[in-house]
Design a protein around this ligand. Structure first.
Ligand code: ADP
Ligand code: MG
Length: 320
């Protein structure tokens, strides 16, 4: 049983309750009344947990860890087009280390303050180091970027460049962490949630997801939820510069299957192509058109001549 089968079998209960959107997207949507301007809004809720030894090494820099555990939650809000508002923090700590806690809090609050996102509560207990954050945000009704809104003919876009974070993970696991370029470490340790992009895409994109588990797998979630297929063009994928010297098979593996990029992948009607390209041109974040939503199911990747690109990882079969 994989992670998604487990959620389906034990937690995803039908028929749905009064939620506007329940399990299965980057965040849930709850109807939230009207804001000061009289707009009907949805509350956006998401939880992500980081466990020592699984998501990070025990001797990780605590300031980076504080940043990352909030960043991965804000990334899910970004993927919904939501504006962050508050978060709660549940902490299990093996003991009290004041220096560690001070650095952890500094990293977390530096990011929270940049997005005006307040710590609203939490829970603290003794136990194996585990950090679970629930982030809350808002989006006007009908403006959320959902995984289930992609349509055949939509362009597929991605922000930034892919593969640097999983390259950093691979090099560290192989004992070559000391030789890594600083930029690759930053991509893994301090991902930047694409909040501004999510807000800008509210009326331009149809479907969106943040890339936490790898491009092809995460695109598979959009396809499944939207009941469509997708075609990616390998030559158009923005591969991180850190991967330039690697063999093509490794670049394919890291950019298409490597996780932890926390970029936004989104679909948009072709008529919005100019507006989205302009967003990319005027911002600091590159936006690249990498494929198309097609009728059917599953994700295929093609080369410059339209031939399928073989994907080494068995995991890809799930989505083919
Ligand atoms: P993401 O990578 O965007 O955080 P996940 O792949 O972790 O999303 O989860 C997929 C969906 O399943 C999400 O909607 C998430 O809220 C839901 N989910 C995950 N674990 C549980 C659980 N234990 N109970 C209920 N829903 C869950
Ligand atoms: Mg997500």
């Amino acid at each position: 049983m994989d992670e998604f089968e487990l959620i389906r079998r034990f937690f995803n209960r039908a028929p749905p309750s009064g939620l506007e959107l329940g399990i299965g997207d980057d965040a849930a949507l709850l109807r939230a009344g009207r804001n000061a301007a009289g707009e009907a809004e949805s509350l956006v809720v998401t939880t992500d947990m980081l466990v020592a030894g699984r998501h990070f090494v025990t001797d990780v820099d605590p300031e980076s860890l504080g940043h990352k555990c909030l960043a991965v939650n804000l990334s899910d809000l970004a993927a919904m087009g939501a504006r962050p508002e508050a978060f709660t923090l549940a902490l299990a700590l093996p003991g009290i280390d004041e220096g560690w806690l001070e650095a952890f809090a500094r990293g977390m609050f530096a990011l929270a303050d940049r997005y005006g996102c307040e710590l609203a509560g939490g829970d603290t207990t003794r136990g194996p180091l585990t950090i679970s954050i629930t982030a809350l945000g808002r989006v006007p009704n009908g403006a959320a970027l959902r995984r289930d809104h992609a349509e055949p003919g939509d362009d597929l876009w991605v922000s930034g460049a892919l593969g640097a974070a999983s390259y950093a993970t691979r090099e560290r696991l192989a004992g070559r962490g000391a030789e890594l370029p600083a930029a690759a470490c930053t991509r893994l340790d301090r991902p930047e949630p694409r909040i501004a992009l999510g807000l800008a895409l509210r009326h331009l994109a149809r479907a969106a997801i943040d890339l936490s588990d790898g491009l092809v797998g995460d695109l598979g979630h959009i396809c499944e939820r939207s009941r469509v297929g997708a075609e990616l063009r390998w030559p158009d994928i923005p591969v991180a510069g850190e991967l330039a010297a690697l063999a093509e098979a490794e670049r394919i593996e890291l950019a298409l299957a490597g996780g932890d990029d926390y970029e936004l992948l989104f679909s948009a009607a072709a008529e919005n192509r100019g507006a989205i390209a302009a967003l990319g041109a005027h911002g600091t974040l590159e936006l690249t058109r990498i494929g198309t939503i097609v009728p059917g199911a599953g994700v295929t990747v093609v080369d410059a001549r339209g031939r399928p690109v073989p994907l080494a990882r068995a995991g890809f079969n799930h989505f083919a």
